[in-house]
Design a protein around this ligand. Structure first.
Ligand code: FRU
Length: 500
C-alpha cells in the first residue's frame, strides 16, 4: 500500500479530529512541561560551572540524558530528542528533551517535547523513533511505561518547528495483545522505516516461546494514518544465549544492504545483511561491535545530503552532584565498507571548531614515551596521527597525561593482534604494521576513530584538571610516528534562548 496517497482533505480531517480531543500539549499551557523546565533551568548554573563538562559533545541544558530518540532531519534542521530526567542528574522521570541544529555542531535547546501523562497512568516516556506522518511532519512513536505492561504510544507535532506536541487521543496504538499467543517481554523502543510504500516498526524485547531469546519484532502499518498495525513476527532472533534482551533496535536500508543496530545490554552491535519483507526475516551476513566503549542506545537519521547519521548516548559516569550527567557521542556518518562491515566517521562539520593547527614531524620511537606538551597540550583537542611498527608490540598516544606521565588515557594499537584500545575498551581493526588514528578530547570525554572509521570508541578519563599533556609512545620495541597534527577545538554553541 502506498502511504503517500492520503489526500490533503483526509489529512486535515484526521488532524482536526485529533486536535478536537484536546489532550495536554507542550508549550506554556502544559504544567508538566513548565515544571520540568523550571527544574532544569535552576540546575543550569551548577552544570555550566563544572570545568570537567564536555563543551562540544551535545549535552542537555542540565541534569541527565540517556538515549537519542526520534532523530530526524526536517525542513533544514537536524532534530535530536533524547531521554531526559529534568529533576536530577541520575536516571528517572523519563521525558523527551529536544534540540535542533543546522550543522550537527551548534545547537539550539528547545522546550522539553514529551512528558509522562500522569493523568493516564503514564510514568515514563521511554525511547522511540520518528517518521513522517501523513501531514508531512515527523510523528513520534515511543514506549509508554506505567503500572501496567509497556505500550507503544504516538505523539503528533502541532507546528513545523516541532516545538509543541500532543499525544494521540486514542493511545495506545499497540499493546502486547498484538502478538496473540506469542509472549514478548521487555517490549520497547519502536524504530520506524519505510520500504516499497509500506511503513514498518521494529521493537526490541525478549521472546519467550523460543526459550527466552533476545529478539526484534516487526510490525507493518495497516493504513496511512499509522495508528493501526499488524504483527509480522520476529524479524531477528539472537542466537547468543548470553544476550537476554535487545534494546533500541534500528533496522534500515543503507545503499543496497540492510543494517540492524542493537543495544544488547552490553556495547552496541550491528549486523549487515538483507531484509526479506515477504517472509519478515532479516538475513545477516556480517556482524560487528559498533563501539566497544561507553556508548549505548543507537539511533539514526538520514539528512538532505542522503547521509546516514548515527547517534549514540555517551555515558560519562559523572558524579550527579555536578548537576549534569552524560552526553551524545559526536554524530557519526555511517557507511558500509567494501568488506561488508560498517564504517563510522565523525561528521566533517566538526572541522569548523579547529583552531591553531600544530604539526609534529615524523620521529622514531624506541621503547619510549615522548611528551609533546611543549607544542600540544589542553583538554579540548583533536588530533590525527599515523604510526608504523617495526618491532614494537604497542604504539599510540596518551592524552590528559600528567607531569611525570601520570594517569591520563592510553590509546594503543597492538600490531600483533590488531587490537586497538582506548582505556579499557578494545576494538579489532585490520591486522598490519600501520595504524591511522583520529582522536577527540573533550574534557573528560574521549572519542577515537581508527583507519578511516574501521573502529570507533567513545570513552572517558578521570584525569585531574592539571593533566593536559599529550605523549606518543612505543613499547616492546621500535615504531615510527609518520605524522601528528593537532588542533585546539573551541566549544560548540548551545543556545538557551528558546529554552523558556
Ligand atoms: C536504553 C533504555 C531503553 C529504554 C530507555 C529508558 O538505554 O533502557 O531500552 O527505552 O533506556 O530510559
Amino acid at each position: 500500500m502506498n502511504h503517500n496517497l492520503l489526500s490533503r482533505r483526509q489529512v486535515a480531517k484526521m488532524c482536526a479530529a485529533m486536535a478536537a480531543a484536546g489532550t495536554l500539549r507542550a508549550g506554556p499551557e502544559n504544567p508538566a512541561i513548565l515544571e520540568a523546565m523550571k527544574s532544569v533551568r535552576a540546575a543550569i548554573p551548577k552544570a555550566e560551572s563544572d570545568p570537567s563538562r564536555p563543551v562540544y559533545h551535545f549535552h542537555p541544558p542540565a541534569y541527565w540524558n540517556n538515549d537519542p530518540n526520534g532523530t530526524v532531519w526536517h525542513k533544514g534542521w537536524h532534530h535530536l530528542f533524547y531521554q531526559h530526567n529534568p529533576y536530577a542528574a541520575i536516571w528517572g522521570h523519563m521525558h523527551w528533551g529536544h534540540a535542533r541544529s543546522r550543522d550537527l555542531v551548534n545547537w539550539e535547546h528547545l522546550p522539553i517535547a514529551l512528558w509522562p501523562s500522569r493523568e493516564k497512568g503514564e510514568e515514563h516516556v521511554f525511547s522511540g523513533g520518528a517518521i513522517a506522518g501523513p501531514d508531512g511532519r515527523p510523528w513520534l512513536f515511543y514506549t509508554s511505561i506505567g503500572e501496567r505492561p509497556p505500550e507503544q504510544w504516538l505523539a503528533l507535532p502541532e507546528d513545523d518547528e516541532l516545538i509543541e506536541w500532543k499525544k494521540y487521543p486514542a493511545n495506545p496504538i499497540l499493546t502486547l495483545q498484538i502478538h496473540g499467543t506469542v509472549q514478548v517481554n521487555e517490549w520497547r523502543d519502536p524504530f520506524l522505516f519505510r520500504e516499497a510504500g509500506s511503513t514498518y516498526m521494529v521493537c526490541g524485547g525478549n521472546l519467550q516461546p523460543s526459550g527466552g531469546r533476545a529478539a526484534v519484532q516487526l510490525y507493518e502499518a495497516a493504513g496511512p494514518d499509522l495508528t493501526r498495525w499488524k504483527y509480522r513476527g520476529p524479524v531477528f532472533e539472537y542466537r547468543d544465549r548470553d544476550v537476554y534482551n535487545i534494546e533500541c533496535p534500528n533496522l534500515f536500508r543503507l545503499g543496497t544492504k540492510w543494517v540492524l543496530l542493537m543495544s544488547p545490554q552490553k556495547p552496541c552491535e550491528y549486523f549487515v545483511g538483507d531484509l526479506d519483507l515477504a517472509r519478515a526475516k532479516f538475513l545477516p551476513q556480517t556482524h560487528g561491535t559498533l563501539d566497544p566503549g561507553r556508548s549505548y542506545a543507537s539511533n539514526i537519521s538520514f539528512d538532505n545530503q542522503g547521509r546516514c547519521i548515527l547517534w549514540l548516548w555517551g555515558r560519562t559516569g559523572t558524579n550527579p552532584d555536578r548537576g549534569w550527567n552524560n552526553v551524545m557521542t559526536l554524530p557519526r556518518i555511517l557507511s558500509i565498507g567494501t568488506d561488508g562491515y560498517l564504517r563510522q566517521t565523525p561528521a566533517p562539520e566538526f572541522e569548523s571548531l579547529r583552531r591553531d593547527a600544530v604539526d609534529i614531524p615524523a620521529m622514531a620511537l624506541k621503547n619510549q614515551s615522548v611528551s609533546m606538551s611543549h607544542k600540544i597540550s589542553g583538554d579540548c583537542l583533536e588530533f590525527e596521527a599515523e604510526f608504523t611498527a617495526d618491532s614494537a608490540t604497542s604504539m599510540g598516544l596518551k592524552v590528559r597525561s600528567g607531569p611525570a606521565g601520570t594517569a591520563g588515557l592510553e590509546i594503543a594499537f597492538n600490531p600483533e593482534n590488531g587490537v586497538l584500545s582506548a582505556g579499557d575498551a578494545r576494538a579489532s581493526v585490520s591486522l598490519g604494521k600501520a595504524i591511522r588514528l583520529r582522536g577527540f578530547l573533550d574534557k573528560r570525554a574521549v572519542e577515537v576513530y581508527a583507519n578511516d572509521g574501521e573502529a570507533a570508541i567513545f570513552t572517558t578519563t578521570d584525569a585531574p584538571p592539571e593533566n593536559t599533556g599529550l605523549e606518543v609512545f612505543a613499547t616492546g620495541g621500535a615504531a615510527r610516528l609518520l605524522f601528528l597534527r593537532s588542533w585546539t577545538l573551541k566549544p560548540a554553541g548551545f543556545s538557551l534562548d528558546r529554552f523558556r
